[in-house]
Every structure is written in C-alpha cells, then in structure tokens.
Write a protein of this length. Sequence first.
Length: 317
Amino acid sequence: MELGIQPDYMKVLKLDDEECRRRLEFFELTDEDFQRLMSLRSFAERWTQEITEGLYELIMKHAESRSFFPDDTTLARVKRLQNAYFLHLFSGTYDLNYLRDRLRVGSAHERIGMPPKLYLGAYRRYLALIHEKLRNHFKGNEAETVKAIETIRKIIFFDMALAIDTYIAAYLETMTRHQAAIRELSTPVIKVYDRILLLPIVGTVDTQRANQIMETVLVQVVEQQAKVIIIDIAGVPVVDTKVADHILQTTAAVRLLGAQTVLTGISASVARTVVQLGVELTQVDTRAKLSEGIELALSLIGKKISSKNKSDTENLD
C-alpha cells in the first residue's frame, strides 16, 4: 500500500448488508429500539451540548488525553464533530452509510495515536452523562429511563465494536507495512562492480525471509543484468538444513536467469554443520571470506585484481 493512502475498512472488515444485519442482531437492536431512538431525537437535540461539555471536561482534565487537543480551535472543531456524532445515534437508520461513518472514528483515533484505553474511558463517561440526562428528561419515570438507556447502550456498544475493529485493522495494516519495510532493509542487494551483486545476510533466515531474499535477488539480477551474485552468510547465526535448502533454491533460480552464485562467509563451524547434515553444496561456488568471493566473482566475468607498480594499491585489469 502506498504511503498516505488509507485502506477501505469496509472491505477490510467485510462489511456488507448481511454483515450489518448480523451485527445489529447480535447487539439485539430491534425495530422497537430503532423507533425508540428516533423518538429520543428531541432529547438528543436538547442535551447534546451539555453531554459533550461533560465528556471533554474529563478529557481535558488529564494530560495524556488533553495532549490530543493542542489549541482551542482544534477543541472547538472536535466538539462540533462530537455533537454531530451524538445526534446521528438517533437517526433511526443504521445501514452501510452509518457503518462507514462510524469507521472513521476508529480510523481517526488510531491515526493520531490515541490509545483504546482513552477511547473506552471516555465512552464510560459518555454513558454516565446520557443516563443522568435521561433521568432529567423523563422526570422520575424510571421505567422509561431504563428502556431508553438500554437502547442507547446497545447502539453505543454497536458503534464501539466498529471503532475497535477499525483500530485493530489499522494497527495490523501499519504493522504489515513496517514489517515489509524491515524485510526490504534486511535484504540489501549491493552493486559491487558491473554485473556483480552482493547480498550480505544478517540474522535468522526463516521461510518468510527466505522468500523475500529470493524475490529480491531475482529482481535485482534481472534489473542489474548481473552475471554473478555473492551471498555472504557470515552474519547468519545458525545454518541448518532449512537455511541450506533456501540457499540452494535461490542458487537454482539465479542459474535459470543465466547468472552464477558465490557463497561466502563459510566458517569452520558452518562447514562442519553442513557436512554433518549431509547438505549438498557442490553446485555452489563457496569461499570462506567475502574478499575471496569478490575476487572469484571478478574472475567469472573476466576481471582480476592486480597490483600496480608493486604497491599495495590493487586495481582491476
């Protein structure tokens, strides 16, 4: 995914008409609830300002939550959005457009880095404020108050589930991008000389990373029109059967592209392990040191390192 482009969370969460129906059903939101919510529209219009002010009284009291509202302009804008959000609870229409609007809440909070604990804590205050105003609205009619708060609790928890789902999806998407960037950095292909590439591998090689290595190597061999690629495994802590097999697969794929592989960084312990495991590396040119591998790679393209005027300076012939 390109940087800055937000994913379509409706697709990510597979939210369609059927899923919307299932969610409403699971939260036990019925036609009776929808009718009650619409009938409470006047209540919402009467009390939304005070409820929002009470909510942000809590938020602005604590340094961690207050930090998300750096100035009065931002605070005023967010309060207007909160008022609109509250009124939308009482629209009576809870379709895909409603879901799409609610997903923006979770996406926005995750994007600015607001932790779920603040989001959930604020909703606890939200419900308490609504309950208080409902008692005032129904003037002591406890039965109607209970019915109203139960219906409002259902729709708010319905909304919260959507927001939390978006939080999680956004977090996973961010982690996926970060992991892709890390994998790309972990397989740096360096151009040593014309038609010679070097891939130094550092760290553990699992199946996922092995696939990334092969893909990167093959792409670079084609793009750079390389004839030789040096794979240095001096930084790989353990070379077992799986690692050796990954190397052989990469070597075979490189050979199909008309290039050769030189494996360097073979220590005494690695050599002993490979022999003990019975891994066949005879089809791969191997060298103990990277410098020896570079020298071999140069010879494979008809170049060599030679001294000039008997000095220590080495030049390519």
